[in-house]
Design a protein around this ligand. Structure first.
Ligand SMILES: [Zn+2]
Length: 212
């Protein structure tokens, strides 16, 4: 499940009263949401029954627990949900630093360690290349890792990162098939939160519930 701006701010930094935030979340996915302290890195946590996990740092949360929703939040970065026929699921927050650090590949590895095969992904909205001017210095390593498709240009001809292309390349590298791609730009489309375009403090979410 992917929420949008019209669903309200469902992020951990939401200033809404706890009851209001919880009602908003439960209308999207029922159950006790679990999430990590996102760090724009490649930390992957496998949820266990004993581990409440909220408060732990990381950018991807894997679960095999039935009925346990795991959530990631964003206001421009890509959100990716992964599932498998074995009921092992994961939610990943993918900014450029996390992409470069291999957060998606590490998530796939963690899922396979839990017995998952035939991974399928849903890719959420993220900032598009036309809105994501990027420095040459930072583009270089991303291009070296994921190939020329991550390099793009803004309408003014400035270097830009195609984050979505990078997400696709990372998933392909681990043979993950993409079932749905919400190929929209969070900055162009006010249906999503965008820090970069509108200084939005709110966050939309991708939530996926364990099914094993
Ligand atoms: Zn855009």
């Amino acid at each position: 499940m992917l929420s949008g701006a019209f669903d309200g701010d469902v992020g951990p930094g939401s200033g809404s009263p706890v009851k209001v935030l919880e009602a908003r979340r439960q209308s999207l996915a029922s159950g006790r949401w679990r999430w990590l302290k996102q760090a724009h890195g490649a930390g992957v946590v496998v949820l266990s029954p004993e581990e409440p996990c909220c408060g732990l740092e990381g950018d991807a949360l894997v679960t095999t627990l039935p009925g346990a929703p795991v959530a990631v939040f964003s206001g421009d970065c890509a959100l990716v949900g992964l599932a498998s026929p074995q009921g092992v699921v994961a939610a990943a927050h993918v900014g450029w630093r996390g992409l470069l650090a291999g957060v998606l590949e590490r998530t796939a590895t963690a899922m396979c360690s839990e017995g998952a095969t035939d991974l399928v992904a849903v890719v959420g909205a993220c900032i598009g290349p036309e809105c994501y001017e990027f420095s040459e210095n930072d583009l270089g390593p991303l291009e070296a890792r994921y190939g020329p498709s991550v390099r793009s240009k803004t309408p003014a001809g400035r270097p830009a990162l195609d984050l979505r292309a990078g997400v696709h390349r990372a998933l392909e590298a681990r043979s993950v098939s993409i079932s749905t791609d919400h190929a929209q730009c969070t900055a162009c489309d006010p249906g999503w939160f965008s820090w970069r375009a509108r200084n939005d403090m709110g966050r939309h979410a991708l939530v996926i519930t364990g099914a094993r």
